[in-house]
Design a protein around this ligand. Structure first.
Ligand code: GUN
Ligand code: ZN
Length: 506
């Protein structure tokens, strides 16, 4: 099989890509959201979803297979006709039912269910993987993984025409198992790689673990594989999931939440009854207002809420795409992280892997905005620190200063937290064009001090003096001993050089 996925632009591990879906004759622009369509509960018609921005949708092949109402129709008319949808249609296998209801209730044969998915005209089919839940022990996770892998291999041997194949990556909460599962799945030649069994994590807002699972799977899959985060349906998670390198999300949330009178926003979920004011400009909200929505009968309310939920979700997907295009995806993730502590946990987990994000990050992006203590751990800061060793230092006595230039040194470099030191000539070079607050934070100062350390260690023959605006001990203490430090202040001269007014400023 040839690769059907192409990455066009990177922002950290996040990317804009295109996924060719030959059987549907469409190319999907990613990141993309696929609404889940349950044939029995169609709150919003798939044709309407297409109007709202759905390029593809996902439905459960097993539900259709079991359904007296739909099985024959699906086989005769095909899924696209049955759903009146021209985009790509992904079918799931029923694995998830299997994991919820157990083997005894749900016996599904991969060959048979994939053949059925093919026969009803699915564009991307799924074998019967085993979604190992988060609390499973390692032995079970490993054994189930082996079965999943066998079924993926079996699936790649079937003659399924142009239908693409999903290869779910399992491994529960064991990063090494996830990584191996990713590598093994990729080696089969399957096309799309869903990170499986994260629904229990996502439902419980355990976003840090969901990020760890995605990143581990991606370490095995490599950067070229298209990745679907199975069950990521809340719009407040899309930026985070995209930043972790996930290309596809699926949302049942729009419908499930609507049924419970819940109103999705990018900052979290609200109960419709609690809302006096609607924060959303979508047609549903503009037309009805809070009181108007509350006054609708149950069926109409559910429908309208589901439409609003889809509007918000697709708008966030577009915002994510534009953020990657501009290069400020992590700024968007920070904004989302500031709205919900569980997203903040996810973001912090993501930054634990700044090295992985750095590897694929674009060389030049829109100005870096320092927005929080977390910004200090971003891959752009890391990259600058790694580059410091290669920058030529002119002279034997060098001042690194948050303040002005001082002529009694051979050279003065600027110091800007969280980046740390750099030659003045690089001030207009990305990422040193960063916008940083005047009232910086200790995390940024500690990061800047790490930069000073990197520079000093790379140039042991140079005597460095750091002139800073009152950095905390936690930033200064780890500096190498031979780096002198001096406090900037209204009346203070810099360094031991008696530089009364040797400053030139800029
Ligand atoms: N839907 C949500 N999670 C999963 C999963 O792990 N496997 C499959 N096949 N479908 C899912
Ligand atoms: Zn709305």
């Amino acid at each position: 099989m040839t690769d059907v996925f192409e990455v066009r632009r990177w922002d950290g591990a996040g990317r804009l890509g295109s996924l060719d879906v030959p059987r549907a004759g469409v190319t999907v622009e990613t990141p993309a959201l696929m609404p889940v369509v349950n044939p029995h509960i169609r709150t919003v018609a798939p044709a309407r979803m297409a109007d709202l921005g759905a390029q593809l949708l996902i439905t459960n092949g097993y539900i259709l297979y079991e359904s007296e109402d739909y099985r024959e129709r699906a086989l005769e008319e095909g899924l696209h006709e049955l759903y009146d949808f021209d985009g790509a249609i992904v079918t799931d296998s029923g694995s998830f039912q299997l994991s919820v209801y157990g083997d005894d209730e749900v016996a599904i044969d991969t060959r048979e269910i994939l053949r059925f998915q093919y026969d009803i005209g699915s564009d991307i089919g799924t074998p019967v993987d085993i979604p190992t839940p988060p609390e499973a022990d390692r032995e079970r996770a490993a054994a189930e993984l082996a079965t999943t892998q066998e079924r993926i291999e079996l699936a790649t041997d079937l003659e399924l025409g142009e239908m693409l194949l999903n290869a779910p990556v399992q491994g529960s909460t064991y990063p090494d198992l996830r990584e191996r599962a990713g590598a093994d799945a990729r080696a089969t030649g399957a096309d799309v790689f869903p990170v499986g069994a994260v629904v229990p994590l996502l439902n419980d807002y355990r976003y840090a673990e969901a990020v760890e699972a995605s990143l581990a799977a991606k370490r095995g899959l490599g950067p070229a594989a298209p990745v679907h985060l199975f069950g990521a349906g809340h719009p407040m998670t899309f930026a985070l999931a995209a930043a972790a390198g996930c290309d596809l999300f699926d949302s049942a949330a729009y419908a499930l939440y609507a049924r419970d009178d819940r109103y999705l926003t990018v900052r979290g979920t609200e109960h419709l009854a609690d809302l006096d004011h609607l924060p959303c400009p979508c047609p549903v909200c503009a037309e009805h207002g809070a009181e108007g929505l509350q006054a609708l009968d149950e069926t109409a309310r559910e429908r309208q809420l589901a439409e609003h939920n889809l509007h918000v979700s697709f708008a966030e997907v577009r915002r994510v795409r534009q953020a990657i295009r501009t290069g400020d995806l992590l700024e968007l993730v920070e904004a989302r992280a500031r709205s919900h502590p569980t997203v903040l946990d996810g973001y912090r987990a993501l930054l634990d892997h700044a090295d992985a994000l750095e590897r694929t990050d674009a060389a030049g992006k829109d100005a870096f905005f320092h927005l929080s203590a977390e910004s200090a751990r971003r891959p752009e800061v890391r990259r600058h620190h790694e580059r410091l060793a290669a920058l030529p230092v002119e002279g034997e006595e060098v001042l690194l200063s948050e303040g002005d230039t001082n002529d009694s040194y051979d050279e003065t470099w600027r110091v800007v937290p969280p980046f740390g030191p750099f030659p003045r000539a690089l001030s207009e070079t990305y990422p040193l064009t960063a916008e940083v607050p005047q009232r910086t934070d200790h995390a940024a100062q500690r990061a800047a001090a790490r930069g000073v350390t990197a520079l000093a260690e790379a140039n042991p023959e140079v005597a460095f003096t750091l002139a800073h605006w009152d950095w905390p001990e936690s930033a200064l203490a780890p500096l190498p001993e031979d780096v002198r430090t001096t406090l900037l202040g209204p009346d203070e001269a810099v360094g031991d050089h008696g530089a009364e007014d040797g400053t030139t400023g800029e």
